[in-house]
Each structure stands twice: as structure tokens, then as C-alpha cells.
Design a protein. Structure first.
Length: 333
């Protein structure tokens, strides 16, 4: 109890440090004095037409374009010393209609890089971060760090990151578990929605969704995962659908490995189209190496149409021999 009281005091001090109150996405926000960017460019989002289809993200009731920007992997967003490239990428994303930005406390420079640009557009975007802490105090430390680096006083969504084992669930939902930090952060308006992510064991994510009313889940859903002995779609999506959980697909091109010759041969339309056509998926996140690649991905999203069952099967046949290229991340815990 003493530790929790100390943490509450720290949170009050943290919130009193100059972060102004804001309202929900889509409403006018009061900017914080700390919300400075290092770019002189101003993007008028009212003049930006996304042209991308939108979907409601489950029980959040927030309508978002089907493609969001990933903040880790093959992207300058998570690398040191690449501020200018990161700024150019994020500005391009805003110009192209991207509104969902995904990051995490453990994504290197990602939160810092996004914090260089996004505060100026905070009331018009959906910002998601994550914590890989399983305990109450650790999760709170991560949230405080995330809010400071992102220069915001709330997250649209905060997710428990890459949960893989039953023991982790037991700790998260235990007496001093991270879920208590999630609940208190939600009560205080520091986060709007909660979530859980995983790319290792779908049974664990499904069990977490049964045990707690998460708002969102971020899971591995690509055209090769169907061949894995424990595919995410068959295990997690029925539970998510039953509880109206917002589902975001990740590892869509498997860091580009599914786009190799003799697999999908560079066809992002097939990679993205497959993931978005899996019943129960609301949107997907894909990282980008540069603005050109991002623009190409956005164009695919703009032209997206629901794939017929026959084409889904055809794409699955192309990835049948992808092997580790398709599911290399399944070993990550």
C-alpha cells in the first residue's frame, strides 16, 4: 500500500508539471507549452483527404483509416541520429491521411521521434503506446516516460506488450499487477483505451481477452500465419469478435520477407489485402523505411477492396513454403 501511495503522489507531481488537459480524439485540444516540434512545416489536416477506407475500431467506436504507421522495425523512427528522416516520414504520413501511430516504450527512439512532430496534431490523431512491464510500478514508470517523450498528457490506447506466457498473465492480473496501473490510468484520463499485444502464443492472448475487457488487441496476422500450427486468426479472432475488441494486424509483410521472390514477389496488395480481409480485423500497422515506401503502402490501402475467398486461398498457397520467413517473429517473447 505504501508503494502505491508513493506512486500516486508521483503521478500527481507528474501531471502538475505543465501538461494541459485535452479532450477525446476529434475534439479541440488545449496545447501544452511543452508540445514543441523541431519542424517549421505546418500541415493543414482539414485539407488532407485520406482516400483510405475507414473502419470502426471495435468497442472504441473510433473510425480510423485501415492503415496505420508502425514505429518499430525497418524505419528511422526507432533509430538514433535519424531525426530528420523520422520527421520527414511522420510529416508524409500526416499528409497522406495516416491517423493511427503505433509505438512502445521499448521501441528505441520511436516515442521521442514521434514526439518531435505529433503534439501539434494531437487532437486529430490516434496515438498508441505500450508497456512490457508486468507489475504495477513498472507499468506506471513506462507510462510516465511515454507521455513525456510523446509530449502528450494522454494516450488514445495503451497496450500490454508482447504477452507470451501464462505466468505473465498471472502477474499482470495479480495483486500488484500491471492491470491495476491500466485501470488507474484510465480513471485519471491518462489513457482512453486499454489493450494487449502478442506475436508468440495466440492461446495466451485469447485467454487474456476472456479474463479482462480490453478495448483493443494487436496481433500477428499475415498470409503465412495460417500455416503455423497455432495460428492467431483461428484462436484470437473468435474471442475478440465476441467481445467487440478492436483488432489491429501487425507483421503484415513480415518485415518484407513475404514480399520476396517465390513468395508474394513484392506484391503488397496481396500482403495487406489478405490481412485486412480476414474477418474481424479492423486495421493494420506497417512500418516504412522512407516516405516513398510509405506512399506506396498508402496507395495500396487507398485501393483496397475486400478479397474474395478464392483469392485468399490463392495467397495462402503462395505463402505455404514461406517457412521461417513468414513466422520468424513467432519466437519473440
Amino acid at each position: 500500500m505504501a508503494g502505491q501511495m508513493t506512486r500516486k503522489t508521483n503521478r500527481r507531481n507528474f501531471l502538475a508539471g505543465g501538461l494541459a488537459a485535452v479532450t477525446a480524439i476529434g475534439c479541440k485540444a488545449v496545447s501544452s507549452n511543452s508540445a514543441q516540434t523541431v519542424s517549421n512545416k505546418t500541415i493543414d489536416l482539414d485539407k488532407v483527404s485520406t482516400l483510405m477506407p475507414e473502419r470502426i475500431l471495435g468497442k472504441t467506436n473510433v473510425s480510423l483509416p485501415i492503415l496505420g504507421l508502425g514505429g518499430a522495425g525497418q524505419t528511422p523512427l526507432s533509430k538514433r541520429g535519424r531525426d530528420n528522416e523520422a520527421i520527414a516520414l511522420v510529416e508524409k504520413a500526416l499528409e497522406l491521411g495516416i491517423r493511427y501511430f503505433d509505438t512502445a516504450e521499448s521501441y528505441g527512439q520511436s516515442e521521442y521521434q514521434l514526439g518531435l512532430i505529433l503534439p501539434a496534431y494531437r487532437d486529430r490523431i490516434y496515438l498508441n503506446s505500450k508497456t512490457d512491464a508486468r507489475d504495477y510500478d513498472g507499468a506506471w514508470r513506462h507510462l510516465e516516460k511515454s507521455l513525456k517523450l510523446l509530449k502528450t498528457n494522454y494516450l488514445d490506447s495503451w497496450q500490454l506488450h508482447h504477452v507470451s506466457f501464462k505466468e505473465e498473465l498471472d502477474q499482470i492480473f495479480g495483486n500488484n499487477g500491471a492491470i491495476k496501473a491500466v485501470e488507474q490510468a484510465k480513471e485519471q484520463g491518462l489513457i482512453k483505451f486499454s489493450g494487449i499485444t502478442g506475436h508468440h502464443e495466440p492461446d495466451i492472448i485469447a485467454e487474456a481477452l476472456r479474463r479482462y475487457d480490453f478495448d483493443t488487441t494487436l496481433i500477428s496476422l499475415n498470409a503465412a500465419d495460417v500455416h503455423h500450427p497455432r495460428p492467431f486468426a483461428k484462436t484470437v479472432l473468435p474471442v475478440a469478435k465476441g467481445k467487440n475488441v478492436g483488432v489491429i494486424a501487425m507483421k503484415v509483410p513480415a518485415y518484407g520477407r513475404l514480399l520476396k521472390p517465390n513468395v508474394l514477389n513484392g506484391n503488397m496488395r496481396q500482403a495487406m489485402g489478405y490481412s485486412l480481409s480476414v474477418a474481424g480485423v479492423h486495421n493494420c500497422i506497417i512500418a516504412a523505411e522512407d516516405p516513398k515506401q510509405l506512399a506506396e503502402n498508402v496507395q495500396v490501402a487507398q485501393n483496397y477492396q475486400l478479397l474474395a475467398a478464392e483469392e485468399m486461398k490463392q495467397i495462402e498457397s503462395l505463402t505455404a513454403n514461406a517457412g521461417e520467413d513468414g513466422d520468424f517473429f513467432r519466437s519473440w517473447t
